[in-house]
Design a protein around this ligand. Structure first.
Ligand SMILES: C[S@@+](CC[C@H](N)C(=O)[O-])C[C@H]1O[C@@H](n2cnc3c(N)ncnc32)[C@H](O)[C@@H]1O
Length: 251
């Protein structure tokens, strides 16, 4: 059902709240209202620190998930915890980095809560897919350079059984490519894009830990960026931008 945005967390409700790309200043007003009402906040490692935005007594529970770590709570356990907290009559905020519906498993969590009869509200917000490039001075579209952008996960390597992305078609899309979780497979992705016809000279940039104290940017071309990532020791969270706009530096 389509409803206007109204943030009212009644007891027993779960709110899927976008935490934005790391800086609490990039939370929406709706997110702040939900946090003020929360009895419990389940947050991921990329979510901003919201300790100063909740009532005293609000429980803050870290539920992972750091890339390649073993300390994360499993998705099944997170789903179960959301439902258990709501069924206990608490106002529950599920806080993710960026937007919950952009590689954030928000859809899975919504369905799990709904199946269990738990009311859910969704508070969208600022995704790293556009804000991390902006932080580095890269607009994902720019008149005369790019008429669109494509956001994809680089988590599954090209050709891997779990990959559903046609990288060669993306090479011909004429759009800016924004890769999330793409550093590990960057060499293979860049090779596939080149094989698909994207010029080796195409500007490329990697924005790491945008809005954080360890933020960094690596700039190169499609031909060089994967090696540069290795030499620079690029770590998650990082976003790769490929396309003419990656040659801009509006910072
Ligand atoms: C599981 S996805 C979650 C995306 C998130 N829901 C969003 O909308 O931004 C995690 C990936 O987002 C990207 N990411 C999130 N925050 C970032 C940041 N502050 N700087 C750079 N990349 C970031 C990285 O590609 C990271 O591996």
């Amino acid at each position: 059902m389509l409803r206007p945005m109204r943030v009212e967390l009644t007891p027993g409700t779960v709110a899927l709240v976008a935490g934005g790309p790391g800086d609490p200043d990039l939370l929406t007003l709706a997110a702040c209202r939900a946090l003020e009402q929360a009895d419990v906040v389940l947050y991921d490692y990329l979510a901003p620190d919201v300790a100063g935005l909740v009532r005293s007594g609000t429980e803050l529970i870290a539920v992972g998930k750091r890339p390649r770590s073993t300390d994360a709570t499993s998705q099944d356990d997170i789903n179960a915890l959301l439902v258990a907290q709501a069924k206990a009559g608490r106002r529950v905020v599920r806080l993710k980095g960026g937007d919950n519906y952009v590689f954030g498993r928000g859809g899975e969590e919504w369905l799990h809560c709904a199946d269990a009869g738990v009311p859910v509200i969704v508070i969208p917000g600022v995704t790293s897919a556009t804000s991390a490039p902006a932080f580095a001075g890269i607009p994902v579209t720019h008149r005369s350079l790019s008429q669109g952008f494509t956001v994809v996960s680089g988590h599954a390597a090209p050709g891997h059984a779990t990959s559903t992305i046609d990288w060669r078609a993306l090479a011909r899309s004429g759009t800016t490519l924004v890769l999330l979780m793409g550093v590990k497979n960057l060499a293979a992705i860049a090779a596939e894009l080149r094989d698909g016809g994207l010029s080796s000279d195409t500007p490329a940039a990697i924005v790491s830990s945008a809005f954080g104290e360890t933020a960094s940017v690596v700039r190169g071309t499609l031909a060089t960026i994967a090696d540069q990532a290795v030499s620079a020791g690029v770590r998650p969270p990082s976003i790769v931008v490929i396309g003419a706009v990656a040659g801009l530096d509006l910072s």
